[in-house]
Design a binder for this molecule. Structure first.
Ligand SMILES: Nc1ncnc2c1ncn2[C@@H]1O[C@H](COP(=O)(O)OP(=O)(O)OP(=O)(O)O)[C@@H](O)[C@H]1O
Ligand SMILES: CC(C)(CO)[C@@H](O)C(=O)NCCC(=O)O
Length: 327
């Protein structure tokens, strides 16, 4: 194949049928216990979809984890003469760090759902029982800080996050830090929760989920390139769908929140709980068109080609196609 061949791409493309055939040869099929646990995630997850799409995906990730483990072992063996030279005083060997998976994609495309499913499935594999989740929402600036910066209408845009703190977090995890802490965001109060934090203690796998996790590093003021969180990923996934489908999911979720979470007086959106259907659809469409869609188009979509795997969904969240980066 010549380099000018239009078919020249760094990805292998698999349609739904080919991918789901892999489920048959995936060891560790779902047990009835798993099915009960997955159904308890509280999402309208189709279990056939889990078995056909997410189970083989967890196997692929398990192979990558194993591959990284072998590379770590080989590197330890390579470095071991240095420790012997120093009579064991200087250990050049380092403990294996958590395997970090990034999950990117639009608001409402299903990143959290995908991340939670993968956590359940990966934890079933014997070499990765401890899987932790981190959502980048916790690194959004507080509403007070966003107001101060004039960014209240840009929540979710790259500049609405404390990117340095997020980078420090992921870098500490990949440096093997024993304990790393992150702030917490509440979708109910629509703000950072004062004093709350999550603690990550050297899990086997850390899944980092967020809109912008695949963004490359920004050039620094001194002209040097700097690092981005994606530099620390061992694997990354982009959840993709047509923009009009994602818009519908956003509006549907807004409508179901209106009758659910918004009814709580603590909710930031409580004042919207009495909106009529039509008013709620109009408001959700307005938020989508003014914040989430421009962010998708300007910042999120351009990072799709940086993923290890692109998972493309149809209008019912059914995964239609996988693009897997060639090795
Ligand atoms: N595989 C799936 N099957 C069915 N419904 C799904 C699936 N994934 C997500 N959904 C639904 O789509 C909506 C958006 O999903 P989710 O909250 O996971 O998105 P998100 O990308 O994490 O959004 P945000 O960036 O706003 O946090 C939710 O209503 C969820 O229940
Ligand atoms: C918190 C984020 C940015 C990402 O999860 C998103 O859910 C959000 O709140 N976006 C801002 C616009 C909106 O309210 O949908």
């Amino acid at each position: 194949m010549g380099v000018n061949d239009y078919n020249c791409t760094p990805f292998v493309e698999l349609d739904r049928d080919s991918w789901s055939r892999l489920a048959e040869s995936t060891p560790l099929p779902l047990t009835s216990d798993d099915v009960t646990r997955l159904a308890g995630l509280g999402e309208r997850i189709d279990l056939k979809e889990v078995a056909e799409v997410y189970l083989p995906l967890s196997r692929l990730l398990n192979l990558y984890v194993g591959g990284k483990g072998q590379l770590h072992q080989a590197t330890q063996t390579f470095l071991s003469p240095l420790s012997e030279d120093s009579g064991g005083k200087n250990s050049h060997g380092a403990k294996r760090t958590p395997f970090v998976i990034g999950v990117a994609g639009s608001v409402a495309v299903g990143k959290s759902t995908t991340a939670r499913l993968l956590r359940e499935l990966l934890a079933r594999w014997p070499d990765t029982p401890r899987v932790e989740l981190l959502t980048t929402d916790g690194f959004l600036y507080s509403n007070a800080e966003l107001e101060r910066r004039g960014l209240m209408g840009r929540k979710g845009f790259p500049e609405s996050y404390d990117r340095r703190a997020l980078l420090r977090f992921v870098s500490a995890v990949k440096s093997g830090a024993r304990e790393v802490r992150a702030p917490v965001y509440s979708h109910l109060t629509y703000d950072i929760v004062p004093g709350a934090e999550i603690v990550v203690r050297q899990p086997d796998v850390l899944i980092v989920e967020g809109l912008n996790v695949l963004q490359p590093a920004r050039p620094r003021l001194d002209g040097r390139q700097g690092l981005a969180v994606s530099d620390f990923f061992d694997f990354s996934l982009y959840v993709d769908a047509k923009t009009p489908d994602v818009r519908n999911w956003y509006i549907d979720r807004f409508l179901s929140l209106r009758t659910g979470a918004f009814a709580n007086p603590e909710s930031f959106f409580h004042r919207f709980s009495s909106l009529s259907d039509e008013e709620a659809v109009n408001l959700a469409s307005e938020i989508w068109a003014s914040i989430n869609e421009p962010n998708l188009v300007e910042n999120v979509l351009p990072t799709r080609g940086r993923a290890t795997l692109v998972l493309t969904k149809g209008p019912q969240h059914d995964v239609r196609r996988m693009l897997l980066r060639k090795l």
